[in-house]
Design a protein around this ligand. Structure first.
Ligand SMILES: [Zn+2]
Length: 484
């Protein structure tokens, strides 16, 4: 590709067409690409590097909370899936099946895992015999296939990547505590590492995971005002242990079914990073998960290779030694201006410019991606200042997202106001709900909004009045939104 061709890599402004902006950005920042198979994407190196950073941060937290990793098979026999009735019903519209192996028709067809409760339940029945075997705290990093009709890179694809935790406990209380511990872990991870503030709470029964007793979730608000589920934590109760016969001898030598949980976070979170932080110039990655945190761009002029380049190399070495993920781009076939917009598109949090005049005065110019603020930094102070600036960018992105979230939570006084807000302003609408699924259905049909979460905090969940939809007694406050 010539430089001229690459320079016209502008994207549709976000305010003009959000969906187009998103799709163009995914491609132009080289995060993902389409394949000949509908709904299946390639995660390109720049996108995969973000996923690796997400994995690292999440994996460390999951392990610190006492879990270990394992790997279960991709295929699940149909009979296993059928054991939990609600589970098979919930997933059957989107399961891909293997019916032939090599040249032989299979006696029993195999599901390509849409989630792994069934195969893991079967194995746990074999492994768990006594209370001494509990708790079981296993996580796996894997790929998942769900045959989706409408797809969008990172947000909804036929195959995606995730982690799924599957635990067994002695008591209902321990199962519930684990479910909530993971919900809190997910929230902390999103806010600390992804700089994405979330609402957390429980789902309505209509929105829960098929086979779960109760589903909890964290929900973020994208900058077009639509919600995105960032992670879910399910209290499975004894639904699967009864279906798969996972029994243990308790402390009184009595046979009991275990209490289970499952929980997951996926490559969707990359979609959230794009939609929460991105702008008209491209991505704005939070430094904690940015593949490259700082890019050094030497300004070529005069005998720059003898003056600027050595200074740039020294800066690269110093930043790298300080633990900064840094890249020096000394390519001569691209102009500094081209590089500036290229790294803005790719979301690199800091740009370090070093030109002949900077070398003379022993400094570099550091430019922030988030605010575009520039400052001259003496070269010896560069590692410390870059470290400080990365922390500032991380905090600024979270702060901006939190202001946006808070400004887009609105209370609805009545159903007309509720509908008007969802139509005109979107965001989350907080409203009392009677607990009846008929109201949820009506709201979804008429406004395309669903209950995203019901707050766990009792005071926060206490309804301020009658159900916004039917006018009967309100049972809880719910956050409604249109969602991806
Ligand atoms: Zn109602």
């Amino acid at each position: 590709m010539s430089e001229n061709e690459r320079q016209v890599r502008q994207i549709t402004p976000k305010s003009e067409d959000f969906s187009k902006w998103y799709l163009e950005l995914v491609q132009k920042a080289e995060l993902a690409d389409y394949t000949p198979m509908k709904g299946m994407m390639v995660i390109r190196p720049h996108g995969y590097a973000v996923w690796e950073n997400i994995q690292r941060g999440l994996d460390a937290r999951i392990k610190a909370a006492g879990h270990v990793n394992a790997y279960f098979p991709l295929f699940i026999p149909e009979g296993f899936l059928k054991k939990e009735a609600e589970h098979v019903q919930g997933f059957s519209p989107e399961v891909a099946w293997v019916t032939v192996g090599g040249q032989e028709d299979l006696e029993e067809r195999l599901a390509v895992r849409p989630t792994s409760e069934a195969i893991i339940g079967h194995m746990y029945a074999k492994w768990v015999k006594s209370y001494r075997d509990l708790p079981v705290l296993i996580n796996q990093w894997a790929n998942i296939v769900r045959w989706e009709k409408v797809t969008r890179p990172f947000l909804r694809t036929t195959e995606f990547l995730w982690q799924e935790g599957h635990t067994c406990h002695e008591t209902a209380e321990e199962g519930e505590a684990e479910t909530l511990r993971i919900l809190a872990l997910y929230k902390e991870f999103c806010e600390t590492e992804l700089a994405v503030p979330v609402l957390s709470g429980r789902k309505s029964l209509r929105e829960k995971f098929a086979g779960a007793q109760m589903t909890y979730a964290i929900e973020a608000l994208m900058s077009d005002g639509k919600a995105l589920q960032m992670g879910t934590s399910h209290n499975l109760g004894q639904h699967f242990s009864k279906a798969f016969d996972i029994k243990f001898e308790d402390r009184n030598q009595k046979l009991q079914y275990v209490w289970q949980t499952s929980w997951g976070m996926t490559t969707r979170t990359i979609g959230a990073l794009i939609m929460v932080h991105g702008d008209d110039s491209g991505l704005r990655f939070p430094p904690n998960v940015a593949p490259t945190q700082a890019v050094i761009v030497p300004i070529p002029s005069g005998n720059w290779k003898e003056t600027v380049l050595p200074a740039a190399r020294a800066a690269e070495a110093a930043l790298s030694a300080a633990g900064v993920r840094v890249r020096l781009d000394a390519r001569e076939e691209f102009t500094p201006g081209w590089k500036f917009s290229e790294y803005e598109m790719r979301g690199v949090p800091l740009r370090v410019e070093i030109g002949p005049r900077d070398v003379k005065s022993g400094q570099a110019v550091v430019v922030r991606r988030d605010t575009r603020a520039k400052e001259a930094v003496p070269l010896p102070a560069l590692p410390a200042r870059v470290g400080g600036l990365l922390a500032e960018v991380q905090a600024e992105l979270f702060g901006q997202a939190r202001v946006f979230l808070e400004a887009n939570i609105r209370d609805a006084a009545d159903y007309a106001g509720f509908k008007r807000t969802l139509e005109k302003e979107r965001g989350f609408v907080r409203a009392p709900w009677c607990g009846d699924e008929a109201c949820e259905d009506r709201i979804k049909t008429e406004t395309m909004a669903t209950i995203r979460v019901i707050p766990l905090d009792e005071a926060e969940a206490r309804p301020s009045g009658p159900c916004v939809c039917c006018g009967r007694e309100g049972k809880a406050v719910a956050y409604f939104a249109r969602a991806y």
